[in-house]
Design a protein around this ligand. Structure first.
Ligand code: NAD
Ligand code: ZN
Length: 359
């Protein structure tokens, strides 16, 4: 059976396209008393962007903090804040920020329309009711969260997304101007998330012409951005990386990520590392899995003066190590994509531990 997958129906791309947000959402403001809920990364508090958010009288702006990656308790808390604010649902939820904020936007728009806690929906196709109309506006490029059908959340038991067709944004606004102020190291880590998506997709057993078409293009764009001529205007690099992120997301949507992502989930769950940096740390030890990709990654890291943290697992107690291994090996499709159906015989707990011990 081939998967019949949902894509974002409306996309705007271009410098300054954020200015069209007012027009776009005004079409949603039809019902009497309706309001828009803006969920905005608090890094933008007091910034020029804040002044440009088209907030109307009845709207609610919630500043969100992503020092920790999105947790289910945080989603439930934000959903409750919106419910306390009004007895009716907003006519739109707008998520503005990096991958964490986009996922928060997706998850809150789903939870406003579905009962219970977000923990109950971590998994595949557990959502029953369509989400509130939701818009994603990335301010970092690389995760592909703008394109995907998942909102990745850390719950008490697991780090797992709310995967459903209803999760997909109704609209995305891709404005490369919004990424301009991102710190260089964060830009690199999130950009490498895209690079790694492409390597894992293109070398996976799930590969098909659809995923290859998007993955090849996204990989080329990453190379232009991170290995290209230094004289190339930065402006164009931001445009390219934004498209690479979207294409990388489309590539994995019809295939899967692999070993690096599985291991990075363990690192995030136990050590609280953010996704981009966690992927970079894990990837650096995966020569046996992705030799060419890892080699090229190191050249890019050196070129951008990136010093990865080391010795993260030294002195870690057994319980944490075992948890990390369990989280990583719990991601069956990722390992199957990487190593084929026989992966359990290849990727043993011992081998996983050996890799983690090096990090
Ligand atoms: P992020 O959203 O976690 O943000 C990282 C840091 O950058 C934060 O401190 C944030 O405040 C800051 N930041 C964001 N934009 C900025 C800007 N323009 N200027 C200055 N600072 C800025 O980073 P990310 O790497 O984009 O996202 C990682 C998250 O995405 C993780 O939670 C991960 O689970 C999720 N993710 C989701 C998917 C998906 O398909 N849904 C895929 C991959 C990753
Ligand atoms: Zn990723």
């Amino acid at each position: 059976m081939y998967r019949n997958f949902k894509v974002v129906p409306n996309i705007i791309f271009g410098r300054g396209s954020f200015n069209q947000l007012d027009d776009i959402i005004s079409q949603q403001r039809v019902a009497e008393g309706s309001y828009i809920l803006f969920l905005v990364d608090d890094v933008f508090k007091g910034s020029d962007l804040e002044k440009r958010i088209p907030v109307k009288e009845k709207d609610l702006v919630l500043w969100i903090n992503v020092d920790d990656e999105p947790k289910t308790v945080y989603i439930d808390e934000l959903t409750q804040k919106a419910r306390d604010y009004s007895s009716i649902n907003p006519c739109g939820v707008i998520g503005i920020g990096g991958g964490s904020s986009l996922d928060i936007g997706k998850a809150v728009s789903l939870m406003l329309a579905n009962p219970g806690s977000s923990t109950e929906y971590q998994g595949w196709d557990l959502i029953k009711n369509p989400a509130v109309y939701h818009v994603g506006i990335p301010t970092l490029s690389g995760t592909g969260a703008e394109a995907s059908r998942t909102a990745i959340l850390t719950g008490p038991e697991k780090k797992l997304g709310i995967n459903s067709d209803f999760t997909v944004f109704d609209q995305i606004v891709l404005d490369p101007e919004l990424v301009a102020g991102a710190p260089a190291d964060q830009r690199f880590y999130t950009g490498m998330d895209c690079y790694i998506h492409c390597v894992e997709s293109l070398q996976g057993t799930y590969l098909n012409a659809f995923s290859r078409a998007y993955g090849d293009k996204a990989l080329d764009l990453c190379r232009e951005v991170f290995l290209g001529d230094d004289s190339e205007a930065d402006l164009e690099a931001d445009d390219k990386l934004m498209m690479a992120s979207f294409f990388g997301g489309m590539s994995i949507a019809y295939s899967q990520v692999g070993a690096c992502h599985a291991l990075s989930y363990g690192l995030s769950f136990v050590l609280g590392l953010h996704h981009g940096i966690g992927c970079c740390i894990a990837f650096d030890y995966l020569d046996d899995f992705y030799p060419e990709g890892v080699n090229e990654f190191r050249i890019m890291a050196e070129r951008h003066n990136i010093e990865l943290p080391r010795n993260l697992t030294s002195g870690m107690d057994d319980e944490k190590m075992e948890k990390m291994i369990t989280v990583a090996l719990g991601l069956d499709p990722l390992w199957e994509n990487c190593l084929g159906p026989d992966w359990k015989n290849i990727m043993t707990r011992e081998r996983t531990k050996e890799l983690y011990m090096k990090m």
